[in-house]
Design a protein around this ligand. Sequence first.
Ligand code: MFK
Ligand code: FAD
Length: 502
Amino acid sequence: TGSFFQERPVLKNPFLEDALLRGYLRRHLPQEAAFSDLCAFGERVANEVDEWGRECEVTPPRLVHFDPWGRRVDHIVTSSAWKRMKDLSAQEGLVAIGYERPFGEWSRVYQMSKLYIFSPSSGLYTCPLAMTDGAAKVIQSIGVSWPAHEAYSRLTSRQPERFRTSGQWMTERQGGSDVASGTETVAVPQTDGSYKLHGFKWFTSATDADMTLTLARVQDRTGATAPGSRGLSLFYAEVSRDEGGRLRGIEVQRLKDKLGTRQMPTAELLLDGLPAHRISEEGRGVASIANMLTITRIHNSISAAAAMRRVVQLARDYATRRTAFGKLLKDHPLHIQTLARMEVETRGAFLLVMDVCRLLGREESGTATQLDAHLLRLLTPVVKLYTGKQAVAVVSEGLESFGGQGYIEDTGLPGLLRDAQVLSIWEGTTNVLSLDVLRCVARSSGMVLHAFFTHVKSLLAGASSVPSLTPALKAVDGALSELEDFVQVAATRAPGYLELAA
Ligand code: MFK
Ligand code: FAD
């Protein structure tokens, strides 16, 4: 059988291993407290949490429809590691930090840095965290009172026993992208001002959540509903059980059999009288859930950059252990060129995503200029769509850098690729997000594009002291001046493009 065994790549502290992350934080958030927390968390991720993530993958959730005595229970059974991830998330403040704001406008960057080192080891627990963060943001921005206010304090809690997670039930059979015309769920008003929801939600992830935000059409006295976007309202609903142990107003039809993200449950749900509270004005459902989309799309981008970073980190480590043609992989220039290309993609993605986190932090702490607000609106869909695609390409290349071992299931590597594939699909597909870019260009009469070019110019001005860059910067500056005209043209044409796409 031979005496040689291949060495496996070793996951080291993902914070200490990431020179770019540390450099970025040193420049923008030079706080000892943040550094020591991230360092300690990185240690925990490498030595403890990563194992739990594997456990989530090999012990996927399952659905138990009936108890042994024939009662319908619809119990989604998750692994103990998945449950530990929930407690860990509360203790580490993975949602809370965004609302406690310990570092003012840099708090989102700090929070997302933690999620960035956590994500590839999290067993996809970043999915419920993204939706929980998004729900907290919606509740906070709408300023709703009971019962959603109580929910907010739980969604943002650091105490494991108080901490609750939220779902985001938008997609129905007729429309995941086209939520506005595809949503059939109706909300029947009750005499106490609450509602009961009836409908079918086709994709609901992390369905073991304690609550959800969802869309439905309010029925009038005749039972009629308004069509399209203007007919949709936003609802808050708790997932609870009656005395018999049965879910109130929900039947879990089945769990999806998925390419990846197998660590977490994704279910089809029949809503059959789910008690709910309307938290938006009637007909303002899509506009009200947009804040959730912004947050979850930023989380998605963090997960994409994190997946790239993780595969590069492991590939680099492997290159110092594996020998081919008489020398280590790291001593083969062609292999190093491949790793360097992956590194460049990863760095670009990281900087782009962190810039959006910076803008979000500025908006939330009240320090954002008009320009920042425009940039945040424009860059959120751009960063989500771009990094989603990048992650698939970089992680795929990453698998190849392990040779045949990259294809072997119990190395844990193939899961990275499977999980990356969803990043361009959920939370808005690439083309749907491209149309979102056009939407915000059209609705702002081009101001978002103007803000973008102004931002690029100011970034270039910051680099003007580097002599070797001068000719290139001049050329770019000239091109940008010409683009001023393009802004006007794009702004006037965007509505037309939108119509054409429709
Ligand atoms: C691991 C980390 C990631 C975790 C992922 C979590 C698990 C996955 C969960 C999901 O996948 S949840 C489902 C996600 N679904 C989507 O992302 C839906 C994709 N489709 C779209 O985004 C469509 O563009 C959209 C449904 C929003 C189109 O709806 P409409 O109603 O046809 O759009 P319309 O009429 O243009 O806009 C209605 C209002 O919303 C307008 O406001 P006003 O009425 O005040 O003018 C828009 O400005 C506003 N709006 C739409 N998109 C917006 C937005 N506002 C801000 N930002 C946006 N992105
Ligand atoms: P469609 O809208 O039918 O899109 C099909 C294709 O058509 C896509 O390529 C799309 O880009 C393209 N397309 C659609 N409209 C246009 C257009 N106007 N112009 C050009 N191209 C267009 N949803 C939830 O609400 N909650 C969840 O928790 C959730 N979890 C999920 C978990 C997983 C693992 C997956 C895979 C999906 C999940 N989803 C969830 C659903 C997800 O958000 C939708 O699948 C996604 O938004 C796409 O919607 P769709 O499936 O209806 O595709």
